[in-house]
Structures are given as structure tokens and as C-alpha cells.
Design a protein around this ligand. Structure first.
Ligand SMILES: [Zn+2]
Length: 309
């Protein structure tokens, strides 16, 4: 997911003959092709048995535009002209699952809200059980597409942590989301007090979901949450942000076989006081955020009960 191979041009035509979800429901059938994407903004959409409303399309385009500007501001890089983010949205979970299986040999559960394929450069998702999750999912995956466009290899925790951070921006923040974020900080603080936060020596070099599952007793969502809080910590101060952007855009990181480890070693070598001081700062940041004492700086983000996306 980190390194993009040459673009594979596949003229793909899949025919689905799917049984409806409800017994007795009519059989639905439709074709899926790479020519289905429509749209004029950054977002290009292919919707199947899903009624994509113009308002939704506008919202996602607005979000993508903001995301691209944020990435340019933080990392000093911009997308190529003509860059687009392609979304395939299915109305039914069964269709989403069947497409994922047929095209990617990927088994999805309802916990996999969506995913981005660097190979085909498309995002695949579905309506969602809780429909409010669709927009954050589209933006979360959109962040992956943008990062894939802008960077080489990246630390695993940051790929997910920053996508969550960028995926639920302040402008899209309703009261539910706001409360959700606060709950997340409080939960992290509780973990810290109980000595349950993972040590960064262990967490930062982790490079896949399986390692997170082991680290958090199967609760992969905690890996996202930690990554998100670390990213927020980096975003809390312009100098820290600059420090982080410097590592991410460094050739040693981008060309590393193990960018997560490279990143951790860089912090230890370059952060004043090394990794222990960095960790201490992060703990203090959690406390400040949980107690609502942190100064409002950059927009803070998300929490989610559902893992992988
Ligand atoms: Zn993700």
C-alpha cells in the first residue's frame, strides 16, 4: 500500500448477478467498468445501486480541495495537474464484497468501511450501515489517495493516523463528532493513567494491522486512535509540524524498506531529548486535550468504533 507500482491499465468488465439481501428481493445485475467514473471536481464517482446526491458530491469535492491545500501547507507538496480521486460506491454490502473479491481477491467484512488501491488508484466503499460514516470514510480514503500521489514510503502509523486526522475536519464537525473526539481523548488519558498506552519504541515501528491486533488484544481501532493522537501532537505546534514534514519528505524515509522504523530512529536522533522526551510530550498533550486545556490550534479529529479503512 505504500509503494505505487506502475499503473496497470486494465479494461475490466465485471458482471454481477447478485441476489438481493432480503429474501424475495429482486435479483439485481449490473456491469462495473473503469469507464464508469463521472464528475468534474477532484472527485470522480461511480455509483452502483446507490443514489449519489449532488450535495454529497459537492461536499466530497470541497473536502478533497481542502485536503489537498492542507497537504500542500503541511508538507510543501502539491498534486499533479489533472489529479483526481476515484470513488466506487456500492449501495449494498453484498455488491461491495463481491466486487472486492472479484477484482482484488479481498475479503471484506462490515468492519472494513472502505479501502484505497494504489495499484488501480481507486477507492472502493459502500453506503455503510451507519450512513453518517460514509463522508468521513470518503475523506479518510481520499487522504490515502492524496498521500499516495505525494509521497513514497511512509510510516504505517502515520498513513492511518493522518488519514483519520484529515478525514474528519473541523468544518464537517457536527456535535456528534465533536463529542466523539473528546471521548477519544478521555479514553487515551485513561489508558495513560492505567499504564496501557503502548510504548512508542514498540508502537512507532509497527508496520501492519496484524501487529496492531497483537499489540491491542485484537482491537485494531486502538492503533488508529494512537496514530491519530500522535499526528495531532505533531500538528499542535508549527515547529513540530515542520519537524514531522521534514522526516516524511526526507529521501531516507521515502526510499526506506522500513519507513516506520526509519521514522522512529529519526525522532530518537533528532527530537530534543530523543524518543523518551517525545513520548513525554505526547503524554502531556493527551492530558491537555482530555482536560480541554489545549489551545485551539489546528482542527482536531476523529474517533471511530469501526476499524480498518
Ligand atoms: Zn486507512
Amino acid at each position: 500500500m505504500l509503494k505505487r507500482p506502475a499503473i496497470l491499465l486494465v479494461a475490466l468488465l465485471l458482471v454481477f448477478l447478485l441476489l438481493g439481501v432480503n429474501p424475495g428481493a429482486a435479483q439485481s445485475s449490473f456491469t462495473v467498468s473503469d469507464n464508469d467514473f463521472r464528475g468534474r471536481g477532484y472527485g470522480r464517482f461511480a455509483a452502483y445501486s446507490y443514489d449519489l446526491k449532488p450535495e454529497m458530491e459537492n461536499l466530497v469535492n470541497y473536502g478533497l480541495d481542502r485536503l489537498i491545500k492542507e497537504h500542500a501547507r503541511v508538507f510543501g507538496r502539491n498534486v499533479r495537474q489533472g489529479f483526481t480521486v476515484r470513488y466506487r460506491i456500492f449501495g449494498q454490502f453484498e455488491e461491495y464484497a463481491a466486487y472486492s473479491q472479484t477484482r482484488y481477491k479481498k475479503e471484506v467484512t462490515k468492519n472494513v468501511l472502505g479501502y484505497y488501491s494504489p495499484r488501480t488508484r481507486e477507492i472502493v466503499t459502500w453506503r455503510q450501515q451507519q450512513t453518517w460514516l460514509l463522508v468521513p470514510t470518503l475523506l479518510h480514503e481520499g487522504s490515502h489517495a492524496i498521500m499516495d500521489e505525494l509521497f513514497g514510503a511512509m510510516p504505517f502509523w502515520m498513513v492511518e493516523g493522518s488519514a483519520d486526522w484529515f478525514g474528519e475536519p473541523a468544518w464537517a464537525e457536527g456535535n456528534t463528532l465533536k463529542k466523539d473526539k473528546q471521548v477519544r481523548w478521555v479514553r487515551l488519558k485513561k489508558m495513560q493513567e492505567e499504564g496501557k498506552l503502548p510504548s512508542l519504541v514498540k508502537y512507532l515501528p509497527s508496520s501492519n494491522y496484524d501487529e496492531w491486533a497483537k499489540m491491542f488484544d485484537g482491537n485494531v481501532a486502538q492503533g488508529y486512535e494512537i496514530g491519530w493522537s500522535l499526528f495531532d501532537f505533531f500538528m499542535s505546534h508549527p515547529q513540530a509540524t515542520k519537524f514531522m514534514a521534514g522526516i516524511v519528505t526526507n529521501r531516507n524515509t521515502e526510499q526506506s524498506d522500513d519507513p516506520s522504523r526509519t521514522f522512529a530512529m529519526y525522532i530518537n536522533a533528532q527530537w530534543p531529548g530523543g524518543l523518551p522526551m517525545f513520548e513525554k510530550g505526547w503524554h502531556s498533550w493527551i492530558k491537555l486535550k482530555a482536560e480541554g486545556k489545549a489551545l485551539p490550534t489546528a482542527p482536531v479529529t476523529p474517533a471511530k468504533t469501526a476499524p480498518k479503512r
